[in-house]
Design a protein around this ligand. Structure first.
Ligand code: FAD
Length: 291
C-alpha cells in the first residue's frame, strides 16, 4: 500500500446558508489530511456559476488548500468563458477542471453554443492561451456514453492532453479491473499525464444505481448484493459503504495507485475513513485555520 497517497476532494456549491455552514465543517474535517486540492463543480448549464465562483474564492482566501474550479463549455460563448478564466487567474486561482458539460435539461444530445468551445479539448486549448493554468480533464474507464468505442474515447482524451491538460480525473467506477485496463490502454495511446481514479463513497445505493445507468458505470452484482435490503437502514448501509469503498481503494493502492480524487457529495465521514485506512493521518495544526 502506498505510504502517503495524494488525495483531492470534490464538492458542489451549497444551495443555501445552512448548507454552506455544513460544508465548511466538512472541509474543516478534511483539511488536516493535507489534500492536494479542493475542487468545486460547475452546475449543469453553468447553473451554479456565481455559487461556484464564490466558493472557489472563499477556499482560496480562507483555507490552506488550493482550489480547483470546474468550468464547462455549456451555454456560454468563448469570450464569456475567457473573461471568467482571466478573472480567476487575476484572483490567484491556478487550477481549472476543464469539461464539455452535459446537455441542458430537456435536451438529449449536446449542441455547442454558436460562439462557444465545441468540446473539452477546445476549452483546454483556449485556457492554455490565457495563462499557465494547471488543467485537469475528465477520463472514462467505461467510455463516455457519447463515445462509439474505447478507441474513439481515448483519442478524445489524448486530444485533451495534447491541448495542454496536466491531469486526468476519472469518472467514478466500482470495478477496479476496468480502471486498470483503461490505465493501460491510455498509456498505450501515449498519454503520460497522471490518471487519478475518481472514488464515489456510496451514501445512497438506490440513487447511485440510477445515476450509474445514466453515466454508464457498471455496478457489480457482488456490490449490489451487499447493499440489498438496506434501503431503509442507513446506519448499516453506511458501515457497508465504508467497507466497500475501503476495499476498493486498498486494492487500487496495492496496484500502484498513489493518488485518489473523492466525490465527497459534501460529506466527510466516509471519505475521511477511507483516507485513514489508506494510511493518512491528520495534521491537526491545520484544522484551526479551516474552522
Ligand atoms: P469531452 O471530452 O469533450 O467529450 C465528451 C464526449 O464527446 C466523448 O465521448 C468524446 O469522445 C466525444 N467527443 C468530443 N469531441 C469529439 C470530437 N471532436 N469528435 C468525436 N467525438 C468527440 N459536468 C458538469 O456539468 N459540471 C461539472 O462540474 C462536472 N465535473 C466533472 C468532473 C469529473 C471528474 C468528471 C469525470 C465529469 C464531470 N462532469 C461535470 C461531467 C461532464 O461534463 C460530462 O461527462 C460531459 O458529458 C462530458 O464532458 P467531457 O469534458 O468529458 O467532454
Amino acid at each position: 500500500m502506498a505510504v502517503n497517497p495524494t488525495v483531492s476532494f470534490e464538492f458542489f456549491p451549497p444551495h443555501n446558508a445552512d448548507a454552506e455552514t455544513q460544508l465548511w465543517h466538512v472541509m474543516g474535517k478534511l483539511v488536516p489530511l493535507g489534500p492536494a486540492f479542493f475542487s468545486v463543480t460547475y452546475g449543469a448549464g453553468g447553473s451554479t456559476r456565481s455559487r461556484t465562483e464564490r466558493l472557489v474564492e472563499r477556499i482560496h482566501t480562507s483555507m490552506p488548500v488550493n482550489p480547483a474550479a470546474h468550468l464547462t463549455c455549456v451555454g456560454a460563448s468563448q469570450a464569456e468563458i475567457e473573461t471568467l478564466a482571466r478573472s480567476w487567474w487575476e484572483a490567484g486561482i491556478r487550477h481549472i477542471v476543464a469539461l464539455r458539460g452535459d446537455p441542458p435539461k430537456g435536451e438529449s444530445s449536446y449542441t455547442p453554443h454558436s460562439d462557444g468551445f465545441r468540446n473539452a479539448a477546445d476549452l483546454v486549448a483556449g485556457l492554455r492561451k490565457i495563462a499557465d493554468f494547471e488543467i485537469s480533464v475528465a477520463g472514462y474507464p467505461e467510455n463516455h456514453p457519447d463515445s462509439p468505442n474505447q478507441s474513439a474515447d481515448l483519442d478524445n482524451l489524448k486530444r485533451k492532453v495534447d491541448a495542454g491538460a496536466t491531469r486526468i480525473l476519472t469518472q467514478y467506477f466500482f470495478d477496479n479491473d476496468l480502471f486498470y485496463r483503461f490505465r493501460d490502454a491510455a498509456a498505450a495511446t501515449g498519454i503520460k499525464v497522471p490518471i487519478i481514479p475518481g472514488i464515489l463513497p456510496v451514501t445512497n445505493f438506490a440513487k447511485v444505481v440510477e445515476f450509474s445507468g445514466k453515466c454508464a458505470t457498471t455496478v457489480p452484482t457482488s456490490m449490489a448484493s451487499q447493499f440489498e435490503g438496506l434501503d431503509n437502514d442507513p446506519e448499516t448501509r453506511n458501515l457497508i459503504a465504508a467497507s466497500v469503498a475501503i476495499e476498493q481503494c486498498a486494492d487500487l493502492s496495492a496496484n500502484g495507485v498513489d493518488a485518489f480524487h473523492f466525490y465527497t457529495l459534501n460529506r466527510a465521514a466516509l471519505t475521511y475513513a477511507i483516507c485513514w485506512r489508506l494510511g493518512m493521518r491528520p495534521n491537526l495544526n491545520d484544522s484551526a485555520d479551516a474552522a
